[in-house]
Design a protein around this ligand. Structure first.
Ligand code: ZN
Ligand code: ZN
Length: 411
């Protein structure tokens, strides 16, 4: 018997290196994880270089690789993927940016790069969308509000390049920078000119916007400038359904991951209370995944909180959140006719507070899958498992074979 459906659970940054606070164990080793350990005992385990040995993956490049789209071929920067995840449908060739609403003081210097962590920017975005005109450049744009002070911008038009700098000085007390082309290419110079015009026109509108006047009267920093960064050109990603013959959904609180899923044609399933932090509503995510698998063949689910603890260097919190994840995912073992694939997208060691290239543990469990001798889901135990050491791009072919969706090579 073989399963026909796939639940692909990415525990973002869950793997680690030995932590002194945990007696030399990794948080995943130190955590009590009866559910993950049971899945490991019932399936086949291994370790995985999500991109390649020694390459430190970003979450975006790692997820592309895990979905079988080699990032060296498909990755075009964070901006277009964030824009897609924020709700702008990015056509191939469009230039995407991540944005922050920020505050410029009367002397022209940035006072607050997040505009006092403003909650809603929808009225500001609407004013910019209506009032800014880039038609003299032959360019149209979409600006879409994201969570809090975040937003995304996309430009479409002929002859636009994607190699331009950011206007974000990255530090408060400095003036916003002009956007500059990063090459001698005419197209990049054109994009820089369009960006600077967009920033000029939008700042003028935002400066006087009623919402900002109200914020000033309440003693709050006005959101009077848009900082743009992460420029990239949207590439052509073959839809997941055509590449693999599987219909699918993506469940993630992180717009970057949602954007990658949507860019390959996975349906985004919003979940109430999913925050991308340790306070996220895991039960609702697990329920949404179960619900999706009743009507689709593939669900990509990302759970983010452990990565955050790694970036903050909080080993004990990381261990504790892993235990919360473990308890929450128990119902996933009950989904019928389903291959359960669990891994991390990269290692986020508390000791370095960033991603590292250490391989991550992976388990595949379901009908027809060989069962190896591994009884624990962690970085060390899985290294002795039957999958041995694979790369991220190997995972989809292995999954497709296990659900009988692959073709014989040769006679
Ligand atoms: Zn990640
Ligand atoms: Zn991270």
């Amino acid at each position: 018997m073989t399963a026909h459906k796939v639940l692909f659970l990415v525990l973002d940054g869950i793997s680690d290196r030995p932590c002194a606070e945990l007696g030399g164990l990794t948080p995943l080793q130190a955590a009590r994880t009866p559910v993950l350990d049971r899945f490991a005992a019932e399936g086949i385990c291994g370790i995985m270089d999500t991109i390649a040995p020694g390459i430190r993956p970003g979450s975006d490049t790692a997820h592309l690789s895990l979905l079988g789209y080699p990032p060296e071929q498909y990755y075009t920067g964070r901006g277009p993927l964030e824009a897609e995840g924020t709700g702008i449908h990015m056509e191939s060739g469009m230039i995407g940016f991540r944005c922050n609403f920020a505050t410029v003081g009367p002397d022209g210097r940035i006072i607050d790069r997040r505009a006092g962590r403003i909650h809603t920017t929808a009225p500001l975005v609407e004013a910019v969308a209506k009032g800014v005109d880039l038609s003299r450049h032959g360019v149209s744009f979409r600006l879409e509000p994201g969570a809090g002070h975040r937003a995304a911008l996309a430009l479409s038009g002929e002859g636009l390049g994607a190699c331009v700098s950011s206007n974000d000085p990255k530090t408060e007390g400095a003036e916003p920078l002009p956007v500059r082309p990063l090459t001698d290419d005419e197209a990049d110079a054109r994009t820089a000119e369009v960006c600077n015009d967009f920033i000029r026109q939008s700042s003028r509108l935002l400066f006087d916007h009623p919402l900002n006047r109200e914020r000033i009267s309440q003693g709050l920093p006005p959101a009077n400038i848009i900082l743009i960064r992460g420029a990239g050109r949207m590439g052509r990603l073959e839809p997941f359904s055509e590449r693999y013959g599987l219909s699918g959904s993506v469940i993630s609180a992180a717009t970057l991951i949602t954007g990658i899923g949507m860019a390959v044609g996975l349906q985004h399933v919003p979940v109430e209370g999913a925050t991308g932090s340790a306070d996220t509503n895991l039960a609702a995510k697990v329920e949404a995944a179960t619900h999706e698998l009743a009507r689709r063949e593939f669900v990509l689910m990302n759970i983010k909180g452990a990565d955050e603890a790694g970036h903050d260097g909080r080993a004990e919190d990381k261990r504790d959140f892993i235990e919360v994840i473990d308890a929450a995912i128990e119902p996933l073992g009950e989904i019928e006719d389903c291959l359960l694939v669990i891994c991390a997208d990269h290692t986020t060691p508390c000791s370095i507070r960033d991603h590292s290239a250490d391989p991550v543990p992976v388990v595949i469990r379901g009908d027809g899958v060989r069962v190896d001798r591994i009884r624990q889901f962690d970085e060390i135990a899985c290294a002795e498992g039957g999958l041995c050491r694979i790369r991220g791009v190997d995972l989809m072919p292995i999954i497709l074979d296990l659900i009988n969706k692959t073709h014989k090579y040769g006679a």
